[in-house]
Write a protein that binds this ligand. Structure first.
Ligand SMILES: [Zn+2]
Length: 80
């Protein structure tokens, strides 16, 4: 069993305009879905939501499977 977490970023299949982010590892699964409001509302990005999902996953699962993803998304300082 691989210890690296997998990240899935996709459009929600049934809801136009909604994006889904899923972080999965052997210990658990954390997911989020978001949709942006009309500008000038602040716009979320996949990267911003991925950061939130990684942080939540790390907080919930307490595992180190996301290390590579934390590096990639600039969250290497997140520690427990
Ligand atoms: Zn894990």
């Amino acid at each position: 069993m691989s210890s690296a977490a997998t990240l899935t970023i996709a459009a929600a299949p049934d809801t136009p305009g909604v994006r889904v982010v899923i972080l999965d590892c052997a210990h658990g699964r954390t997911e989020a879905a978001y949709a942006n409001g009309t500008p000038p509302a602040a716009q979320l990005t996949d990267a911003a939501v991925v950061q939130a999902v990684i942080a939540k996953h790390y907080e919930t699962e307490g595992c180190r499977c996301t290390l590579a993803l934390r590096r990639r998304y600039g969250l290497v300082a997140v520690k427990r």
